[in-house]
Write a protein that binds this ligand. Sequence first.
Ligand SMILES: NC(=O)c1ccc[n+]([C@@H]2O[C@H](COP(=O)([O-])OP(=O)(O)OC[C@H]3O[C@@H](n4cnc5c(N)ncnc54)[C@H](OP(=O)(O)O)[C@@H]3O)[C@@H](O)[C@H]2O)c1
Length: 356
Amino acid sequence: MTVPAVDRLYLRSAIRLAEKGLFSVTTNNPRVGCLLVKSGHIIGQGWHREDGGPHAEIDALSNTVEDPRGSTAYISLEPCCWEGRTPPCTTALIKAGIARTVIAARDPHPRVAGGGVRALLDAGIEVTEENLPEETDALNPGPLMRGENNRPFVRLKTAISIDGRTAMADGQSRWITGEEARADAQYWRARSAAIITGVGTVIADDPRLNVRDQRFGNAKPLRVVVDTGGRTPRDAALFGEKGRIAIVCAKGVESINRAEMWEQQVGPAIDLAKLLETLSDQGCNEVLVEAGATLNASFLGQGLWDEMIVYIAPRLMGDTARPLAALGFTGMEEAISTTVKSIDTLGPDLRIVLTP
Ligand SMILES: NC(=O)c1ccc[n+]([C@@H]2O[C@H](COP(=O)([O-])OP(=O)(O)OC[C@H]3O[C@@H](n4cnc5c(N)ncnc54)[C@H](OP(=O)(O)O)[C@@H]3O)[C@@H](O)[C@H]2O)c1
């Protein structure tokens, strides 16, 4: 069915509403927006405001300026039809007397996956489906990935020199890029449910890995250190900041301060696929890897990545400096090919976003 231009207009507004949850909805649920329109007027709007809070449809219904009976609900994602932490949204829409719904994407969650549309149709509500994948996938890459592959959406973030170096031979890496690039990195942290780093980076840089930019609200992603033997220093700056910290280590490693010790049976190193599965089970939608050449190589080499944000500074660090990923390749046939998604200038630096 062709969707009239006005439907697209309202649907895009619903997607803009969903974006308001970018930094507060990072685990379990997707980011969703809902607009209620009656006789050409917007009578209610809502979005999923925080993890575990009311869904967008309920939020919109709770702030209508007139009776929603007979209105059209524009929703950025198919409404849920099962009782989770909150009652099903389809029931609320039916009870409220909504006459028509226009949705931008089906919910891939196995307990919805078309069930929301069916429930509405069964109740005599007209449903118009408009696929806007570019906008909706960018909003919720995590739930999609978790549904399909039982792991979060994995973003790698790295700052390199124009000759591809991430740190000097002695470990120094502050600062390769300028303020603008470093400020941009805060955005990626804030929309992530977890930040993953390696113990090598914790020892060399002593990063806090928190969100300091007030524009991103109160985002406190879980910070995860991959650290087989428990080498994380007890006075690491990580511990000085609020928020959960997990150290992924071998069995029997002694506790380190207030960190949660996630013990794993380790082979040569921590099993990253298993770690990602654990993070998905904990509801993490998007994770950001901010690590050195060793851990980067493991994620890249195992194909456990979906997007790579590379900040490139126009300076040379020389051939004794460390690479982006210590992959140890010897033949061209081993090279990992990527696709450029976008290129932007940030102050003196470039930001390239790559996909596999
Ligand atoms: N330019 C940038 O964007 C950037 C960002 C971050 C860091 N850095 C620089 O990178 C340097 C640190 O890099 P790094 O390579 O030494 O450390 P790293 O990649 O941050 O951490 C590597 C360590 O993680 C542990 N590990 C456990 N399981 C692993 C697995 N499956 N795969 C890989 N590693 C695993 C290993 O230590 P155990 O065996 O003890 O577990 C390993 O040595 C520093 O100089 C820092 O300044 C640069």
